[in-house]
Design a protein around this ligand. Sequence first.
Ligand code: PLP
Length: 228
Amino acid sequence: MIADNLQHVRTRIRDACVAAGRDPASVSLLAVSKTFGPQALREAHSAGQTAFGENYLQEAVDKMAALRDLPLVWHCIGPIQSNKTRLVAENFQWAHTVDRLKTAQRLSDQRPPDLPPLQVCLQVNIDEGANKSGVAPHEVLALSLEVARLPRLTLRGLMTIPEPAAGFDEALAVHRRAQALLEQLQAAGLPLDTLSMGMTGDLEAAIHAGSTMVRVGTAIFGGRVNTR
Ligand SMILES: *Cc1c(COP(=O)(O)O)cnc(C)c1O
């Protein structure tokens, strides 16, 4: 079942790439496994999936321990409070949700010397929701230049979580703003290659706007029971 779902999502990604005139190899799939237990991740791994996104840090660390025998790549896609940066720095390969210098500085300071640099995306509040996390679009360039200087982080690009859109065109318009921002940073000389955007409902629009990593949960693992 998870294997079938993964196959279906890969087909969606490939079709969206073809429709957008892009190489399917330019978009990677992050399986968002929050609330699902280790067995579900094992199944996904058997079906060829290695990159997993987790939102809740303690839950993630427990899963990592249960799945130590598998060569998985872990992405933190949930909020990172200051008192939780060590968990992220010590356990994840990627963090997508950095939105302030203080968090980035702590992650860099706390990244263990025996691990490669933490791969980082800055979360952008692309639709400028009042209570949303993410750096404001007009502050992204300044923050990027600071984060890019931190020794134990590698700044890879931007991440967005837009509000659900009414349809393809509306989703596309928001994703295009993120694409333009990334291009602006690249034009400023930052060597960025990652646009983490698109989920189950809008991955086609995100791929149309240059997403290089879609984060998909529901279409792979099924619906989540909200326990929080
Ligand atoms: C839960 C979550 C996803 C996956 O959402 P689906 O709609 O289930 O595909 C992607 N990104 C983030 C940040 C999430 O919290």
